[in-house]
Design a protein around this ligand. Structure first.
Ligand code: PLP
Length: 381
């Protein structure tokens, strides 16, 4: 099997599954219990927090553990907006290429009366930062911008943008959805008030993530109950998954990852350019902007991405059309906001890599892709 759908989810490290098994078997006490067994389990939170923060390159933050990025983004965005008595006085800025967990939450608040600005992108998918700055007004409470786009791999200059905003507008809260960049890029997110991550995107388990927060920030909790995690997120704390996320952070090696995955990505791009240029347009353009090494978006105008996906599936090769979470919908709007036509979008596939892949796999993949494309082209004639 060749698994090239790592932006949707990754294979957990063996150390992570071993940790999880052992933890669930032996460390099952409630970390909020007052006895020493509970107290021992509570130490897991400190361990995971330290590992998350080390990988984030930040040591002066707190971590709220959640069920994943969707919950983290909801907590951050709704939890910020709800701090204000009059929702009509809440203005939120975000971009046209955000993941639905941000886009839908902002849309929800708009329906509740907040005002919103959705900033566009250029043909590479780079967000117009001047438009963000010029959209800020006295009601602006939160700006939420993603680090790496999950469909194209484009990286936004979050350090530059957030520094600029904080120097001019220190009271505006800044959230970055860092899901596709965490454990993959050297991060400089010190100006972010909130950072969203999800463990299954970096070889941890599904169903666990975090919202990394500056120490002085406050949020209205979205989960009410027993007051766990300093009242920020009630519910019995999921120590096995949280510890396993810490383990995945401990194992991650960003510079090794980048060198290895970039070589595979560049091989795929080079071969598609060389051998399929007649039929393919590559939307991931490392020569014109910064792109994360694990995602490649390619369009085959006139063909159907979904058909290519299923033809490759027959060969035990797994890719995706755009993003997995929206694959049952038509498309998310990320590519159309870049000015890509519907015909191109319908013919788009996403190849996403991880450190478990090999250069050999990339060669087998391109061979099979060529065969599938040629079959479809010959059927059209
Ligand atoms: N943000 C980005 C950029 C993503 O790629 C994803 C998942 O694909 C999410 C948020 C949501 O993550 P989760 O489904 O783990 O909540």
């Amino acid at each position: 099997m060749i698994y090239f759908d790592n932006a949707a989810s990754t294979k957990p490290y063996d150390e992570v599954t071993d940790y999880l098994y052992d933890y669930m078997k032996n460390s099952y006490a409630n970390p909020s219990s007052l006895h020493k067994f509970g107290f021992e389990c509570a130490k897991t939170l400190k361990y995971a927090e330290q590992e998350v923060l080390k990988l984030a390159g930040l040591n002066d933050r707190t971590v709220i553990f959640t069920s994943g990025a969707t919950e983290s983004a909801n907590l951050c965005i709704k939890g910020t907006a709800e701090k204000y008595d009059d929702i009509r006085k809440v203005h939120i800025i975000t971009s046209a290429i955000e993941h639905p967990c941000v886009a839908q939450t902002v849309e929800y608040l708009k329906r509740k009366g907040a005002t919103t600005t959705i900033v566009g992108v250029d043909s590479c998918g780079i967000i117009d930062t001047d438009e963000i700055i010029s959209s800020i007004n006295s009601d602006t409470k939160l700006i939420s911008i993603m680090l790496v786009n999950n469909e194209t791999g484009v990286i936004q200059d979050i350090p530059g943008l957030f520094k600029r905003i904080k120097s001019e507008y220190p009271n505006v809260m800044l959230h970055v959805d860092a899901v596709q960049g965490f454990a993959k890029l050297n991060l400089d997110l010190k100006d972010a008030d909130f950072i969203t991550i999800s463990a299954h995107k970096f070889h941890g388990p599904k169903g666990v993530g975090a919202l990394i927060c500056k120490k002085n920030t406050t949020l209205i909790p979205q989960m009410l109950g027993g007051g766990q995690q300093n009242n920020n997120r009630s519910g019995t704390i999921n120590t096995p998954l949280i510890g396993a996320m810490g383990k995945a952070c401990e194992i991650a090696d960003v510079s090794k990852y980048q060198t290895y995955v970039t070589e595979m990505r560049d091989n795929i791009i080079k071969r598609i350019h060389r051998e399929l240029s007649e039929y393919a347009t590559i939307n991931t353009k490392p020569e014109s902007a910064q792109f994360s090494s694990h995602i490649i978006s390619v369009s085959f105008p006139g063909l159907k991405g979904e058909v290519l996906l299923h033809m490759l599936e027959q060969k035990n090769i797994f890719i995706s059309t755009s993003s997995a979470c929206s694959s049952h919908k038509k498309h998310t709007g990320v590519l159309s906001s870049m000015g890509i036509s519907k015909e191109m979008i319908d013919g788009t596939i996403r190849i996403s890599l991880s450190e478990f892949n090999t250069v050999d796999e990339t060669n087998i993949f391109v061979d099979e892709l060529k065969q599938a494309v040629n079959t479809l082209i010959s059927m059209r004639r």
